[in-house]
Design a protein around this ligand. Structure first.
Ligand code: AAO
Length: 510
């Protein structure tokens, strides 16, 4: 009986770290700025059939409409109310998406902006995505409702009312982040409004939340809100299942606030991951692939079971947030595929794949002055549909990294090798590495010229490389790799190869 209670308690206390993925799936994709109707279709036609487990969606609640610059992507990080209408679609379309994705086993995770409302300079009127009125000057948001009593300004203490110094935890949490009106999350009333918003999403069927700007909220306030959340909708999830929580805390070290303060609430975005991996793959500062031997906690990252990992996110792919020039993005597709391939092959962390739209960069003094450009849109500001080309790539300037064969097949690889330990590590001391995941999958990377014969740990046979092609029926559309009766195989990769890595696994064996 005591033992049973212990298990129950352990289950409860660890629940918010579990992404509630279904059918042996392991990864989510951030479909940044996609419309709900397109996500619903993508779940059915592509994500479920290719083993993706979930989607992080852009904030679904009403936001301010910014017209100068015209409709930037970041307006969605300036809430006006918790009504569910945005450029991505209406509440009805949101509900339909959640239902259809859930029905094919793909979870929806909502990007929840609960730290603040719109910017203090947002003016007043009804320039908002559901047409609700607001007054940023008097801090009135009648559609929630919030009034000037519900904000933090009196506690801030800086002359500007802004965060001026990240070495002062008080400022970071009680002052305005880039002018955004900072909610007083210690108030029972405010906590209640936020919990109602999140519980509404839970009842619709979402599986969890990215908590935006978590560094700017006291961990105890987050905890108090989370304690009010309901269990997931039992139409799709096990009874007692808790919402998955991942908190956006940028901790590259050297500031007052560290990610570890948030371990009790859920997972945390590990920003060191993409920054360091970018250095290694770009060979910056003398970094080499062979140094990845102890990747993960060995690199000073947070514990494996607390980390949400990604190569790039919607901020740092355009110079916002943190990570700087080392971050790999679709603009450097060759390096990017190596980075995402490595992430998906390596056991550390809960993985998130990025899916972007294209914009024209324009660097002025090292800064992209086009970093604000919103999603592909029509002249009335509405977001363009994601169209699908005959070769399965996307049109209308949607990049769809998650549909790149190399990335899609590595998502499947991660599912196949799920739970298997990293083994058979090999490196040449330089920029060539290889490892297996138990005896189920093997991957080898070359950031130089390579011709090697290695022990893979896999059963003998002919395997299809899932990077240069894949297994189709009884043949490989790309390179074939022969594993001998002793488990060894020869790998030849040219330094000029567009995809300088090879991956094989038991489901891609002839
Ligand atoms: C927009 C305008 C503003 C305007 C405001 C209000 O751009 O000029 O004042 O509206 O009208 C997004 C955009 C913002 C946008 C905002 C609202 O990125 O430009 O403001 O929507 O529309 C900090 C936060 C982090 C945040 C990140 C962007 O800690 O939470 O800034 N990310 C999330 C979202 C993001 C969103 C918001 C939050 C707000 O993902 O999309 O903003 O909802 C240091 C700190 C970090 C800090 C960065 C940047 O990082 O550690 O915590 O992130 O600075 O301020 C090295 C250091 C590294 C450092 C970095 C940069 O790498 O190692 O630690 O340098 O200095």
């Amino acid at each position: 009986m005591k033992l049973l209670l212990l298990f129950v308690l352990a289950g409860l206390s660890s629940a918010q770290y579990n992404p509630n993925l279904r059918s042996g799936r392991t990864s989510m994709v951030h479909l940044f700025e996609w419309r709900w109707v397109d996500i619903a279709a993508e779940c059915e036609r592509y994500l479920a059939p290719n083993g993706y487990g979930g989607v992080q969606v852009s904030p679904p609640n009403e936001n301010i409409i910014v017209s100068n610059p015209y409709r930037p992507w970041y307006e969605r990080y300036q809430p006006i109310s918790y009504k569910l209408c945005t450029r991505s679609g209406s509440e009805q379309q949101f509900r339909d998406m959640v239902t259809r994705c859930n029905n094919v086993g793909v979870n929806i995770y909502v990007d929840a902006v609960i730290n603040h409302m719109c910017g203090s300079g947002g003016g007043s009127g009804t320039q908002s995505t559901c047409g609700s009125s607001y007054n940023a000057g008097t801090k009135d948001f009648p559609a929630v409702p919030y009034s000037n009593l519900d904000f933090n300004d009196s506690k801030c203490g800086t002359a500007s009312g802004e965060i001026e110094n990240y070495s002062d935890a008080n400022q970071v949490r009680n002052c305005r982040l880039v002018g955004l009106l900072d909610l007083a999350l210690e108030k029972d009333y405010v906590r209640g409004k936020i919990a109602d918003f999140l519980n509404n999403l839970i009842s619709i069927g979402v599986a969890g939340f990215r908590l935006d700007a978590s560094k700017h909220m006291w961990p105890g306030d987050i905890q108090a809100i989370l304690s009010r959340l309901n269990n997931l909708n039992t139409q799709w999830f096990a009874s007692g299942a808790r919402p998955f929580i991942f908190q956006e805390v940028i901790d590259l070290g050297g500031e007052a606030i560290s990610a570890s303060e948030y371990y009790g609430n859920g997972r945390i975005t590990e920003f060191k991951y993409g920054a360091k991996l970018g250095n290694v793959i770009r060979k910056l500062g003398g970094e080499r692939l062979s140094y990845l031997r102890n990747w993960g906690e060995g690199w000073g990252f947070m514990p494996n079971d607390r980390a949400l990992v990604f190569v790039d996110n919607h901020d740092n792919q355009r110079g916002h947030g943190a990570g700087g020039a080392s971050i790999l993005t679709f603009f450097d597709s060759r390096f990017y595929k190596i980075g995402v391939g490595f992430m998906l092959a390596h056991p550390y962390g809960q993985t998130r794949v990025m899916s972007s739209y294209r914009w024209t960069r324009n660097f002025v003094n090292g800064k992209d002055v086009n970093d604000w450009i919103g999603p592909p849109s029509n002249s009335d500001g509405s977001t363009k549909a994601v169209t699908i080309n005959a070769d399965s790539s996307c049109g209308n300037d949607w990049v769809c990294e998650h549909r790149w064969r190399q990335i899609k097949n590595m998502v499947i690889f991660r599912n196949v090798v799920n739970g298997q330990a990293l083994a058979n590590w090999w490196d040449n001391g330089g920029n060539q590495i290889a490892f297996s995941r138990g005896n189920k999958g093997y991957i080898i990377f070359n950031n130089d010229n390579m011709d090697v014969t290695l022990s893979t740990g896999l059963p003998a046979g002919t395997y299809c490389d899932v990077i240069s092609g894949q297994k189709e029926g009884t043949r490989c559309t790309g390179t074939q790799i022969t594993v001998s009766s002793t488990g060894s195989a020869r790998f030849v990769i040219s330094s000029s190869a567009e995809d300088p890595f090879i991956a094989i696994h038991e489901s891609a064996k002839l």
